[in-house]
Ligand binder design. Structure first.
Ligand code: PLP
Length: 388
């Protein structure tokens, strides 16, 4: 590798760029996690994190990646053999279904085209068919990170209510929380799954379960064998500001700083910033003559944009060129769209100039790659940002 001066551009849709404030907050001695200073900090974080999920209910924090929080949501509320309804919005929905299947759940995956979100009408129809209430949970990914497509969670909850079905609603917000509006309580979500390394601007290593009262009640009937993921041990310890096992103390320092930053900016401003930078990105993509993978403008993601390469062009070879020439990482195509799309992450600690640099690297990279239509995207984004 030749020497690279300046900062690396980490424009994958997570992990995201960690701001210096958070890095510095973590660069401190680890303290006694059974001592009073720790309890003061943990109680503050456990209270503060609720605002990010828009819930008054408990939020559980695991020292784990998001995949662990997927598993925790399932094993605390369900029992082996239970049926769960999932929707193939893309790779992450497919992986969550794989977790469910491995655990011994009867995980039904409604096929999708990887270009659209969950169809609330299909949720209602499927639940109305389930007269015996065999389906115990409906699981949806709020922002499908493999495609850049969001799903309307409030509409899914309404569909469940209209069907008069008692299933739990579980939502993966790993790439939307703290970037795109999400309301755990108001939207009647029972378990919200989240992670530290995307909108929360943290390194990987923490994940979350926000839990409704109905989800807590469901734990009483759950017969899954579980130990590390148990909510009851966690909630009992959290009450006093502690954890049942050693917490990721230094990541919690970072989380405290993340909450401070999000509150200083204000969540409505955080969401508006993401919306605006996402729209500027799409204007650039249109100017280049390329197509975004998401087909319905109402479902555009504000945290990432998946861009289709012209037919016959290898997206991974293009990403390699951009990495070597501009020291910028773009997201790869996953699963069914591997090699066909590249993904631009525009979430977390991100601003106009970072977007301009990102788009410059892509535009110039596309031309170096031989896609001569790639002109005027940076200008189109700037024109849009000028007006906003
Ligand atoms: C990143 C991501 C995951 C995976 O989380 P890990 O921390 O890698 O386990 C799951 N779901 C979505 C929607 C994601 O964006």
């Amino acid at each position: 590798m030749t020497f690279k001066s300046g900062r690396h551009f980490l424009q994958i849709p997570g992990p995201t760029n960690v701001p210096d404030r958070i890095l510095r907050a973590m660069d401190r001695p680890t303290i006694d996690h059974r001592g009073p200073a720790f309890a003061d900090m943990a109680l503050e974080i456990l209270a503060g994190i609720k605002g990010i999920f828009k819930t008054k209910q408990p939020v559980i924090i695991y020292p784990a990646s998001g995949t662990g929080a997927w598993e925790a949501a399932l094993v605390n509320t369900l029992s082996p053999g239970d049926r769960v309804l999932m929707f193939e919005t893309g790779q992450f929905a497919t992986l969550w279904q794989k977790v469910a299947g491995r655990l011994g759940l009867d995980a039904e995956l409604v096929a999708g085209d990887w270009r659209s979100g969950v169809d609330a009408g299909a949720v209602r129809a499927r639940l109305e068919d389930d007269v015996g209430h065999a389906i115990k949970a409906v699981c949806a990914v709020h922002n499908e990170t493999s495609t850049g497509v969001t799903s309307d969670i409030a509409a899914i909850r309404k569909a469940m209510n209209k069907a008069g079905h008692p299933a739990l609603l579980m939502v993966d917000t790993i790439s939307s929380l703290a970037s795109i509006d999400f309301r755990h309580d108001e939207w009647g979500v029972d378990v919200t799954v989240a992670g530290s390394q995307k909108g929360l601007m943290m390194p990987p290593g923490l994940s979350f379960n926000a839990v409704s009262e109905k989800a807590l009640t469901a734990t009483e009937k759950s017969t899954f064998a579980k130990s590390y993921w148990r909510w009851d041990d966690m909630l009992a310890a959290n009450d006093k500001g502690f954890f049942p096992y050693t917490p990721a103390t230094n990541l919690l320092y970072g989380l405290k700083e993340s909450l401070a930053m999000l509150n200083e900016e204000g969540l409505p401003n955080v969401f508006a910033r993401h919306d605006r930078l996402a729209e500027a990105t799409r204007r650039a993509v249109a100017a280049w003559g390329l197509e975004v993978l998401c087909q319905n403008p109402a479902e555009y993601s504000s945290t990432l944009t998946a861009v289709l390469m012209p037919v016959g062009q290898d997206a991974d070879a293009f990403r390699k060129l951009v990495l070597e020439r501009f020291d910028m990482s773009l997201g790869n195509g996953l699963g069914k769209v591997a090699g066909k799309v590249f993904r631009i992450g525009h979430l977390g600690d991100f601003n106009d100039l970072m977007l301009a640099g990102t788009l410059f690297g892509i535009e110039k990279g596309l031309r170096l790659f031989g896609i001569n239509s790639a002109q005027g995207g940076v200008d189109a984004a700037m024109d849009y940002l000028d007006g906003g």
